[in-house]
Design a protein around this ligand. Sequence first.
Ligand code: DHB
Length: 343
Amino acid sequence: MAEPLDIHCKYSPSSPLINASGCQCATKTMLDTLLDVPGLGSIMTKSATLDPRSGNPEPRYWEDPSGQFTINAMGLPNCGLAYYLDYYKNQGETRGQTRFTSIAGLTMAENLAMLDLLFDPVSSYYKYIDMLEINLSCPNIVGGHGLAGYDLANLGQYLYTLLAKFYDLEQSSSSSNKIRIGLKLPPYYEFNQFDRVVNILKIHNSLTGMASPVSFIHTINSIPNGMVIDAETESPVIKPKDGFGGLGGSIVKPVALANVRAFYTRFKSAGLAEISIIGSGGISSGQDIFEFILSGAEMVSIGSQLMLEGPGCFARMLDELSEIMKKKGYTKLDDFRGQLRQL
Ligand code: DHB
């Protein structure tokens, strides 16, 4: 009999799949459709601000009829961080799925206030989440100040301010639950951008040691500021920001694979292999998952395909992945993770 396939990853014993933030995770009703879904090892909540936001005017999301891509300028519609933390708290202290929460404060002060809320001693939300993603790459804020993930001159200081505060709060909470921290990054294009981000992470993790390291990165967020035009109406297909919006779906996959690979190889040579990579961008099949893991991803997140197909996509994609692994004789993800060959 064939050896059973093992698709555990570092953060989930059952599966490397997670929903991308923003997809099917803004309300309790949406999140409930992800609970205990076969194949979904972890759950992510919508990137939150401190207070609820209604987001940008509609239409603000559009799917290409051929299924090749999506464009959105949602503008962070969300129920406020307390809502998502309450959601997890109401589930109890342990769950089969790993619990990720994403924060996207519009200012440093707002991100710091969200950390205070997470460690509030009365609600003790920190007991109920496993992973905290800091979103440095929301491209859709009208009048926003640019993406923190592109402000490489200030990113090191930004991380240190935030994560030193996290560590202080964690220490004073006497929490036994170790929350791991990660960064949702925008797509980068030039090798010197990857080098700079890796250097910032290296300095950060060596300065803060075991105290407040970055444990994972999540790459890529949507490609910012694309445009889709409807020739018949002679207008863009989305209303906010005069039609500019973030691109997702299969057309972004080559950029996403390149970002995963660029970080994976640099983390290895910089002695940062402990930073895990969650790959994201245009994943719609088991073969896509295979390619991301081959490039070096520890996990992968599914955004546009979840919107197009619904939560049944996770088990389908894992079945496809299993078929590929069986054909190639791999029994676990570590057999091929990062093992992309050179021509
Ligand atoms: C939104 C878009 C993003 O790509 C993101 O990372 C967070 C929020 C949005 O427009 O709501």
